[in-house]
Structure formats: structure tokens, C-alpha cells
Design a protein around this ligand. Structure first.
Ligand code: NAP
Length: 247
């Protein structure tokens, strides 16, 4: 899947699933605008790794929940590489609690990053993507947004919102050749799922038909496919990468 001469922004691209996405897109030849919020050292190391593999990447600090930061991120992509083809809205956080205990601040923080963040980056990326002649937006949702998850009213709402946003943008951009899709990962081994208690992990694993948590690279492979020419007739879709937990 040749993505050479394509320019990709990956939000939260230095850690976890985002790191795997940045690396896999780079291996297919895409130039990576690697966004991070706090993980500066990891971002710089990954830029070096991509360059050592013969690729090209630049690290850009931006908090996607902030409208102006998202604008600066997109501007930096255009200044550095002159165009923008692929946006992977991957940045996300959890802040779990049952609604009886959840504070308003927990709700707002998760919505601001996981939903508003996707809108902020898409809003600023829209013009350059439409101009570029080859555009892809891939939003990382979650099975929690598809089936709901107790203790995650904030996260499930944000991730379901991402699916609605994906479909709206798919309709807005379809006539201009820009596809917009979502990926809904199930349980993937990253820092995010390391926080889960052992008994919760065992219970969930028992319910996954493939009987294991996924790896970040298994999500990255789906992103590479949706970014490529091979996915040219797919838009507004949510692809579950979840070991079969949602079916
Ligand atoms: P992770 O290891 O905790 O990484 C989260 C990433 O998001 C980090 O790179 C972080 O950047 C970035 N981020 C957080 N807040 C940000 C902000 N305000 N602005 C910019 N970047 C920000 O999590 P992960 O498991 O890789 O999750 C990646 C995505 O997949 C998320 O959207 C998550 O909801 C989704 N997902 C994960 C799973 C799973 O099982 N792991 C399942 C379904 C969906 P810094 O470190 O630089 O702050």
C-alpha cells in the first residue's frame, strides 16, 4: 500500500496505538506530522526512528482539545510539507467513574479531548484536505461508543459522538473525493488498558471471541488500509478491530 508523497497528521502519535499508526504509515512512505501533548521525548525519539528507516517526520506539540492548538498543528503540517492528505484523529483519554460518582469536570475533560478534539483538528484540516486531491480522515472511536460501557458515560458518549461526526463529515466531503471513516478498537494492550484491574481484564477476555486483547499494530494495519487507494469506495463506515466482541 504505497503512501509515498502523502502527508499524514497523527494526533497522539507518540504513544500507544498512535505510535504504531505513525510507524506503519511511515513504513508505507507517508510523511508524518507526529502530534503529542505531553510526551515530547517519546515524540522526538519516534521522529528519529522514522528517519533512521528512511522516512520523514516532524513532531508538533498541540493539545487537540484547544481550538487554536489544532489550527497551529495543521498550519505546521502545511508549512513543513506543503499539503495534507491523511488525518488520523487518535488522541484520547479515559477518566472513568460510575455516573453517581463522576464529577462534571471528568465529563468535560473527556468530551473536550475525545470529541471536541476530533472536531477541532477536522475543522482546520478540512480546507487543505479538500484542496489536496487525495484526502482521508480516520477517527479512532471505541467499542465503548458502539455498545456503551458502565463507568464510562463520558468516554462512551464521546466515542459515540465521534461515529456521528464521522458520518456527517463523510457526507459533507464525499463529492470532493475525501473519505471519512472511524475505527472502533476493542481492548488493545496500551497504557490505557494497563490501568484496568486484573479481574476486569479476565472477565473481558472471556467475552472476546478471539480470547485475547489486541495489539496496537493490529489497529495500525486497519488505519493503513483505510488510508490507502484500496479503501477508495469506503466512507462513513466504522470498522471494529476488536477480536469479535461487537457482532
Ligand atoms: P494511550 O497509550 O494512553 O495514548 C493516548 C495518546 O493520546 C497519547 O499519545 C497522548 O499524548 C494523546 N493525547 C491525550 N490527550 C491529548 C491531547 N489533549 N492532545 C493531544 N494528544 C493527546 O492510549 P491508547 O490506548 O493508545 O489510545 C489511543 C486511542 O485509541 C484513544 O483515542 C483511545 O480512546 C482509543 N482506544 C483505545 C483502546 C485501548 O484498548 N487501548 C480501545 C478503544 C479505543 P501525550 O502522551 O503526548 O500526552
Amino acid at each position: 500500500m504505497n503512501l509515498s508523497n502523502k502527508v499524514a497528521i497523527v494526533t497522539g502519535g507518540a504513544a500507544g496505538i498512535g505510535r504504531a499508526i505513525s510507524l506503519e504509515l511511515a513504513k508505507q512512505g507517508a510523511k508524518i506530522v507526529l502530534n503529542y501533548n505531553r510526551s515530547q521525548d517519546a515524540a522526538n525519539l519516534l521522529v528519529e526512528e522514522i528517519k533512521s528507516l528512511g522516512g520523514d517526520a516532524v513532531a508538533v506539540q498541540a493539545d487537540v482539545s484547544k481550538y487554536d492548538d489544532a489550527e497551529r498543528l495543521v498550519q505546521k503540517a502545511i508549512e513543513t510539507y506543503g499539503t495534507l492528505n491523511i488525518v488520523v484523529n487518535n488522541a484520547g483519554i479515559t477518566d472513568d467513574a460510575l455516573i453517581l460518582r463522576m464529577q462534571e469536570s471528568q465529563f468535560n475533560r473527556v468530551i473536550d479531548t475525545n470529541l471536541k478534539g476530533v472536531w477541532n483538528v477536522s475543522k482546520h484540516a478540512a480546507k487543505p484536505l479538500l484542496k489536496s486531491g487525495y484526502g482521508r480522515i480516520i477517527n479512532i472511536s471505541s467499542v465503548s461508543g458502539v455498545m456503551g460501557n458502565a463507568g464510562q458515560s463520558n468516554y462512551s458518549a464521546a466515542k459515540a459522538g465521534v461515529i456521528g461526526l464521522t458520518k456527517a463529515l463523510a457526507r459533507e466531503f464525499a463529492s470532493r473525493g475525501v473519505t471519512v471513516n472511524a475505527i472502533a478498537p476493542g481492548f488493545i494492550e496500551t497504557e490505557m488498558t494497563k490501568k484496568l484491574p486484573e479481574d476486569v481484564v479476565t472477565q473481558w477476555q472471556a467475552q472476546i471471541p478471539l480470547k485475547r486483547f489486541g495489539q496496537a499494530i493490529e489497529v495500525a494495519h486497519a488505519v493503513v488500509f483505510l488510508s490507502s487507494e484500496l479503501a477508495s469506495y469506503i466512507t462513513g463506515h466504522t470498522l471494529e478491530v476488536d477480536g469479535g466482541i461487537v457482532m
